[in-house]
Design a protein around this ligand. Structure first.
Ligand code: SF4
Length: 317
């Protein structure tokens, strides 16, 4: 086991992220790294994050910061954080979290991971980062990456991507963390499924990592169309993806769309108007849910149920 540069044994802290958490943890454990047991997001996590963040910072930042605070208190001294390298705040989370935790007098190393780092080229930066963290050889790491990538693909397909249409079909779109992390969105997908809906989503981490040149022709055309509603420029985050999604699901005859956006998420705020317009034009019922620390499970539950009932009545089921 490698030593942390401060002399302590390296203990990895990973922010909790829905079903991906298990895959990330297994991946790092297969590399022989000591991973602190990830801590699911609870009210306590959110409270810690909110108390240590600027009020107008986007909600996922507060949750991730709160989770890192919990991990560091549990002994993590190497924090792994994704850097989207995109246009929104996610690119800067790791720097801001690093600053805050040092101000709070914690001693740790921050290891940012970028999308390009996931490309397992023998000489790629990810490989170098993993060699640095684990001390394993490149071919061993490449084998583990291949195995985990396949498992990730299978789980994403099973959960959302390769789903058949059911009686009532609802697509969920919006900011990726708020859509996928059920502990901050009151398990909206589970609630809809419990009511009898088949829930679809094209949001997944592999799509975030794989360069757009490898995306399907259909998705590329949808992106061009989505860009035409803006000044031909990507607003960052999943804003453009949300517009693409509305176009994609409308042409497939979806029964309803749930648009989830967290507090202060500028890409999703920017595209709200376009999503409203497209849903009206295509006559697709839309439910918009704003997520923050004040979200009430009762309020969200009631709105989800009402939305489902309206669709059911419309379809006369
Ligand atoms: S997509 Fe939105 S919520 Fe996510 S980091 Fe960017 S601004 Fe924040």
């Amino acid at each position: 086991m490698l030593k942390h540069k401060s002399g302590f044994k390296r203990k990895i802290g990973l922010p909790y992220y829905s079903f991906y958490t298990r895959h990330f943890k297994e991946f790092l454990s297969l590399l022989g790294l000591d991973v602190v047991e990830p801590i699911p997001i609870t009210e306590q996590t959110i409270k810690l994050g909110v108390n240590n963040s600027p009020e107008m910072m986007c909600f996922p930042y507060k949750v991730v910061l709160g989770n890192f605070l919990q991990l560091i208190k549990k002994g993590a001294n190497t924090l792994v954080m994704f850097n989207s390298c995109g246009k929104c705040k996610l690119r800067h989370y790791y720097k801001l979290i690093d600053l805050k935790l040092r101000e709070l007098n914690y001693n740790f190393e921050m290891v940012p991971i970028r999308p390009v780092d996931f490309i397992p080229l023998p000489l790629g930066p990810f490989m170098n980062k993993l060699v640095y963290l684990s001390g394993k050889r490149k071919w061993e790491i490449a084998k583990i990456i291949k195995k985990k990538w396949q498992e990730l693909k299978e789980e994403e397909n099973k959960r959302y991507l390769a789903k058949e249409f059911g009686k009532i079909n609802i697509a969920v779109t919006g900011e990726i963390y708020s859509v996928l992390e059920e502990n901050i969105n009151q398990n909206i997908v589970g609630q809809l499924e419990g009511l009898g809906a088949t829930v679809h989503s094209t949001l997944n981490l592999r799509a975030l990592i794989i360069p757009r040149t490898f995306h399907s022709k259909e998705r590329k055309l949808l992106r061009e169309k989505a860009l035409s509603f803006l000044d031909q420029s990507d607003p960052g985050g999943h804003g453009l993806h949300s517009i693409e999604d509305v176009l994609y699901w409308s042409q497939r005859g979806i029964d309803g769309i749930v648009h989830i956006l967290p507090l202060s998420c500028h890409p999703e705020i920017l595209v709200e108007e376009i999503i409203d317009y497209l849903c009206r034009k295509n006559e697709v019922p839309l439910l918009r849910l704003r997520i923050d620390e004040t979200s009430s499970p009762l309020n969200i539950g009631t709105r989800v149920e009402t939305f489902f009932e309206l669709i059911k009545r419309k379809k006369e089921i």
